[in-house]
Design a binder for this molecule. Structure first.
Ligand SMILES: Cc1cc2nc3c(=O)[nH]c(=O)nc-3n(C[C@H](O)[C@H](O)[C@H](O)COP(=O)(O)OP(=O)(O)OC[C@H]3O[C@@H](n4cnc5c(N)ncnc54)[C@H](O)[C@@H]3O)c2cc1C
Length: 482
């Protein structure tokens, strides 16, 4: 039977009834039960448990979403929203089956109000597409996760990226949302004013909810002016300690960086192999500065002088667009390079974020944990805001290696939490980080469940994600599987 969230799981033909109900709401080409569609929606970008949905549904409007959610609520059917499907923690695996709600057809840019520094978009507009449309305005949307993610997906994971150290994360750039709630109501949160003290901060609540509190159908996002001048720099160090010490000083001494990224020697090796770039195979810090001509030059000079003081082996700057894009090409391709040089391997990626003053010790401890696991690993990080990823590879059928990786993962999270940090700076919880949520939030998890219950009384929205199972409750009970 379909993974129907039903009071009577054994009831015959429940799935056929769901399909018949959907056909009454949507055109045939908006409903797909083909093997290829179900397989495509069974997993995300990450190596994690896969589970097919029973049906893939493609809404094209808020009204389509509303009708599908109202039906799912009435029939207790699980719904997993999905857009570009680039999330890295199993966020979009429909663990309870049901409907995979593929939003990719909701991709219209509805309004660009340059005079108010805002844009209104449907949920599946990607940030590169929005930025392309903004080209003539002198404005841009500054959150840039490595994948070409959708704005609805980015809001749902509170994504950030290389520019967050300067412009903030997605949550900082949301003015308002249109949301279809889990009971099938359409609500608007926030507005167009640059600030507001009105009501509860629902925009911020839906941001980062990973599709567990409703479906975002429309977003009003802040835009920022494109910088007048941009300069980049790259500094290579003999060891990680030198590179991390340098980063800490850059941030703590207030050098105004727009990007501050660290790539370790192993990841540089993968980039060299994958892209054929002639980079020194040592820990490398990538920097960028935004401002006017004089300010970016001053900041870049200061950063290069500090690099020398910290014993950088090489340090170089880039000003013209071609040199800048060559400089950043290596960084942007780092994740895919590590995957490409490990064909056939499974991987898990950490996403720790800690106060900058604790970065050095947590990176050092994390590298020791990975060494104990004895698997290939690569460090890539938005270290300017205390966030770094370790990408760990292992043969998918090697249970012992997987267990060592899981143990190292847990050790690393424990280090971050002990340092006042978080198990996820930007990727979100999904399935992968569920074991760490209680350790990070303690009894506040109970309040989170109270919010979930209030908004999603039938437990249909992306069940099994974001919040750990309640004590004494089965996963099925949490999803109201009856
Ligand atoms: C190479 C690579 C680099 C990456 N780099 C970064 C990075 O630098 N920073 C970063 O933050 N992330 C990064 N990511 C992760 C990923 O790109 C982000 O998590 C992104 O925000 C996901 O957007 P998406 O459109 O792919 O969403 P999906 O993966 O489709 O969905 C993500 C989550 O949001 C929910 N969701 C999606 N759309 C909606 C909606 N409209 N309403 C309600 N819920 C919804 C889904 O149910 C799911 O829980 C990277 C991923 C890859 C593969």
């Amino acid at each position: 039977m379909l993974g129907h969230v039903s009071d009577h799981p054994a009831e015959p033909a429940a799935s056929e009834r769901l399909l018949a109900d959907l056909r009454a709401l949507l055109r045939p080409d908006q409903i797909d039960t083909s093997d290829s569609a179900l397989d495509l929606h069974a997993r995300g970008e990450s190596w994690d448990e896969a589970r097919r949905p029973d049906v893939v549904v493609y809404p094209e409007s808020t009204e389509d979403v509303r009708r599908v959610i109202a039906l799912a609520y009435a029939t207790r059917t699980a719904v997993t929203p999905v857009a570009v499907n680039s999330s890295l923690g199993g966020h979009t695996v429909p663990v309870a089956g049901g409907i995979s709600l593929d939003l990719t057809r909701m991709d219209r840019i509805l309004e660009i109000a340059a005079e108010d520094f805002l844009a209104v978009v449907q949920a599946a507009v990607t940030y590169p597409r929005l930025n392309e449309a903004l080209r003539a305005t002198g404005l841009f949307f500054p959150v840039d996760p490595g994948a070409e993610a959708s704005l609805g997906g980015m809001a749902s994971t509170n994504a950030s990226g290389t520019l967050a150290v300067r412009y903030g994360v997605t949550r900082d750039l949301l003015l308002g949302l249109e949301v279809v709630t889990p009971t099938g109501r359409v609500i608007r949160t926030g507005g167009r004013a640059p600030k507001s003290s009105s009501g509860y901060a629902l925009t911020q609540l839906f941001c980062g909810a990973e599709g567990t509190l409703g479906v975002i159908t429309e977003l009003t996002v802040r835009l920022v002016p494109r910088p007048e001048a941009v300069m980049g720099a790259r500094a290579a160090f003999g060891d990680m300690r030198g590179a991390v010490g340098y980063v800490s000083e850059i941030i703590q001494s207030g050098v105004p960086v727009a990007r501050c990224e660290l790539v370790d020697a192993a990841a540089i090796g993968a980039i060299r192999q994958h892209l054929g770039l002639a980079l020194p195979e040592t820990p490398t810090v990538f920097l960028e500065f935004h401002g006017d001509d004089a300010s970016v030059r001053a900041a870049c000079e200061l950063a290069l002088a500090l690099a020398e003081e910290h014993g950088a082996a090489t340090a170089e700057q880039a000003t013209d667009p071609a040199a800048l894009s060559a400089l950043w090409r290596a960084r942007h391709q780092a994740y895919y390079a590590t995957v490409a040089v490990n064909p056939g391997m499974a991987n898990v990626i950490t996403d720790l974020a800690v106060p900058v003053s604790r970065l050095a010790e947590v990176i050092e401890g994390s590298l020791a944990a990975v060494a104990r696991a004895g698997v290939p690993s690569y460090l890539i990080g938005h270290v300017g805001d205390g966030n770094f990823h370790l990408n760990l590879f292992f043969p998918p059928d090697d249970a012992a290696a997987r267990a060592r990786v899981e143990a190292a993962y847990g050790d690393m999270v424990a280090l971050a939490l002990a340092a006042g940090g978080t198990c996820t700076g930007e990727h979100g919880i999904g399935l992968r980080k569920l074991p760490y949520v209680r350790a990070e939030h303690g009894d506040a998890v109970d309040l989170m469940w109270a919010i979930k219950d209030a908004l999603d009384p039938a437990g249909i929205m992306n069940p099994g994600k974001k919040l750990p199972q309640r004590e004494g409750a089965s996963a099925e009970a949490d999803a109201r599987l009856r």
